[in-house]
Ligand binder design. Sequence first.
Ligand code: PLP
Length: 227
Amino acid sequence: MIKENIENVKKAIEKIKGCSFEDSGITLIAVTKQKPVSDIIEAIDSGIEDVGENKVQELVPKMDEIGDGVNYHMIGHLQSNKVKDVIGRVKLIHSVDRKSLVKEIEKRCKAEGITQDVLIQVNVSKEDTKSGIYVEDLKDFLDYIDGFEHIKVKGLMTMAPHYEKPEDTAWVFKKLKEIFEDIKSINYNNIKMEYLSMGMSHDYEVAIENGSNMIRIGSYLFGDRIY
Ligand SMILES: *Cc1c(COP(=O)(O)O)cnc(C)c1O
């Protein structure tokens, strides 16, 4: 089942990009929250190279059990007191959304003599249930974070509002893609736009059509979560 679902997502990507998945430049992150390690192993055996979790207390035991050989992504809200548990262990923190968190990541990374790659979460739609920097505050936030040498910003992340029709989400993705390209033309020390993390089970095709190169897929691969 999981293998087939992964194949289906890859096929959909190939259809949109008109090339093989390997050549598409798209990173497919399997979001494994609330799913057992056995499901993650099955996904890895089916070709998944990137795994995402939204809670540190779930991510850390899973990383301990599964070990190296796969890239881990922290995609959910990150409390400052949990920073020490993930730095140096995840490929990307997708959810950098406030200055206090930046300070904590810098402090911890500096102490360990490492750098951490991160994405800045942007709240494009301004839904108050979502975290992220507002578009109009992004420039100031980038100037701030660029001053910390143990943090490398690799791109942007957003969560789109849930519309019944996935096409209605397009404006959010378009907007962030535009901003992503704008930032590329600015000369920063520690900021380089490589990854645009947007698109989930419901809307990943629309996200890719509008410029995403990193998608985070949970329920479509592993089935619905029970809360
Ligand atoms: C759960 C989650 C996803 C995946 O959502 P699905 O709709 O299950 O694909 C993506 N991104 C974040 C930040 C999440 O928390």
